[in-house]
Structure formats: structure tokens, C-alpha cells
Design a protein around this ligand. Sequence first.
Ligand code: NAD
Length: 366
Amino acid sequence: MKKLKMGIIGCGRIGSTKHVEAIVKNADIIEAVATCDIVLDKAKSCSEKIEGLTNQKPKYYTDFIEMIENEEIDFVSIATESGYHYEIAIEALKRGKNVLVEKPMALSTAHMDHMCALAKEKDLKLGVCFQNRFNPPIEELRQKIDSGAFGHVNYAVANVRWNRDREYYNQAPWRGTWQLDGGSLMNQCTHNTDLLQWMLGGDVDEVYGVVRNFQHKYIEAEDFGGALIKFKNGSVGILEGTSTIYPKNLEETLSVFGEFGTVVIGGLAVNKIKTWKFPDEDSHPFMELPDPDTVYGSGHVPLYRDFYEAIINNRKPKISGEDGRKAVEIVLAIYKSALEGKPIKFPFDFSTEKMKDWNGHYVVRG
Ligand SMILES: NC(=O)c1ccc[n+]([C@@H]2O[C@H](COP(=O)([O-])OP(=O)(O)OC[C@H]3O[C@@H](n4cnc5c(N)ncnc54)[C@H](O)[C@@H]3O)[C@@H](O)[C@H]2O)c1
């Protein structure tokens, strides 16, 4: 089988773990020829980690443009701070490279549009790391929706009830900033927002949102968000995402309610079926699945394989730029709604940068 050559850009928390795991477990089809991080030690140690696991040593770089121009690369994976995804993706696409980008793919509607348009113009693949779509219970749910078993899907609820403490934000100062990240909705909750919109049918009519910063005074963005999402097909999404749960991560749950079906998928990170009810079904074998090692799960492995197949077979990746854009657009609508105090009709233009004037720090006590 033809192998594709790739380079990782950003060898931090996710780049050096889940991306490396995906490369190693897809070593029959993918070869990492280079790693890049502006911090030399991180690029080097990521390269050594890959060498230790595959016996092939990627070269390491501190400048991604140099890496792209020096190496024969079919695609790059971008795992830098969210606010840098856009600029790096554009430079890679301009140089003829397919791009797999971490979530959120960018932090503004205009940037996401530009990325999608350039990939199309250059006939390159743009894929987004919403790896939870590959969780076996999520795939089962999606098939059930596609089969029509639910009848009309009335509404769905996404809850992300996690904890992020001061140490998490101290580890990386970009987190919780409007320029490079956003808060619990844009960072922790985009996965479940993506799943919710994927199950309900995609096209949104309008969004009403509330965001707060209840107790993380040292970050700019929100630590709680709630929203009502009206879809054009009549379905309704209810979203709740927070990083305030005492004392630790509680759950990431997606519930879907239809005329003839109820499914609740929970666990630490939507990895376990809790309720599975249809006229002739009362349970599902995936009710006993274990929690993953981290909330990131194992979805990067099938996601990389799908991206490989998309390039080889010249088809869209399962989660293309246009697909990855939808969850970010919903979160941006929630932010805009909170800033303006009214529902937001789609389409609209917004970016996290415009939240710099927001002051939603909520004084719990005096
Ligand atoms: N899919 C998931 O489940 C998941 C989980 C965690 C993080 N993420 C996303 O992955 C991204 C990275 O998050 P993280 O927690 O790993 O961050 P991190 O801060 O640990 O790592 C980011 C790395 O990018 C490097 N970097 C910055 N600019 C660069 C450049 N121009 N060239 C090369 N390297 C550069 C930094 O030096 C740093 O090492 C974020 O967008 C985040 O939202 C996704």
C-alpha cells in the first residue's frame, strides 16, 4: 500500500501524544518524516518518541515553512495553539500540502471560509480533528439516525461537565485568551457541539446563548456557556459546557430524543451508551465500554486513516473543513449572542477577537 509522508506542526500536549499515537498505529500507511515546534526541544523529543516507536527518525524543525519546503510531504497536521491554525494552514495550502488541523480549525468565520476556499481552489484535502465522531457508540447512533429509526429527531442535549483548574491554565498561557483560544465552549465543548449538530442535521437557523466566567478570574474567556440552537429542519439543540465542575471531570454526554427513539451516550467523553431505547430494542452491547485513558479518547487513529484514504481515493475526508466549520460557527454565534444580548441569525460574521470588550466575569461573592 502506498505510504503518505507527513509532518507534525506543534509538538505540545496533543501533538506529541494523540498525533504520535495515530502515526504509530497507522505506520503501514503513514510515515512521519518531520516534526516542528518553535521550541526546539519539543520538536526533537517528539521526533525521538516517533523513532522509538517506529524505528524511523523524523527530522525536526523550528520553522514550519522551512520544514514544508525542505521535505517531501503529502500532508501536515497542525496541533499548535488554536489562534495560529489559520495562518499555518493557509501557508501549507499555498505550498500544495493537504492539511489536517486540530479543533477548533480557526477562531473566526472569515478565516474558516478562507481555509475552505483555498483548499478547494488548490484541490487539496482539509480535514478537522473532531475525533469523537469515530467513537463506536457515536457511530452506532449516527447509523441509527440515518436508518430513520428515530422518526423525527426532535431535540438533542450536549453536556460537557468538566473541571479545569489553575494549573491547567498555568501550563500554557494561551489557554482562555480570546486571541488564541476562547473558553470552555470553544476549547472543551467544540467536540460535543460538533456531535450535536451532526446528529440534528447541520443547518442552523438561529442561536441564543449565555456565557459567564464564574470562577476562573485569571482567564479572559468564559468558563460556562449555555445555548439554545434552532435548526432549519425544526430540531432544537440544547448545549451546556463548563470547566467549573467540582471537584473533577464528571461527564461528556450527548442525548438524542426522537419520535420513536431515545439514546443517551455518556461516560467521561461520550464513549459509553447509557440509554438505548427503540420499539424493539432496550439495550446495546456498548453499554459496558470502559472509559478512555484521557478525555481525548482514541479517535485520532481512525481519523488519520480516514484522512489517508481521502487523499489516496481523492474524496472528502469524513470531517472536512466545511464540516469542522459548523461547530465553531455555533460557538461564535453563542459568543456574539452573549455580547449583543439577542439571538443570532445565520449566516453572520464574527471572531473571538471581537469578544475582547466582553466582561462576563460574574462576581460570585463580593
Ligand atoms: N482533538 C482534541 O481532543 C484536542 C485535545 C487537546 C488539544 N486540542 C487542540 O490542539 C491544539 C494544541 O493544544 P495543546 O494543548 O497541545 O497545546 P500546547 O500548548 O501543549 O501545544 C502547542 C504547541 O505548538 C507549538 N507552536 C506554536 N506556534 C508554532 C509554530 N508556528 N510552529 C510550530 N509549533 C508551534 C508550541 O510551542 C506548543 O509546543 C489546540 O488547538 C487545542 O484546541 C485538541
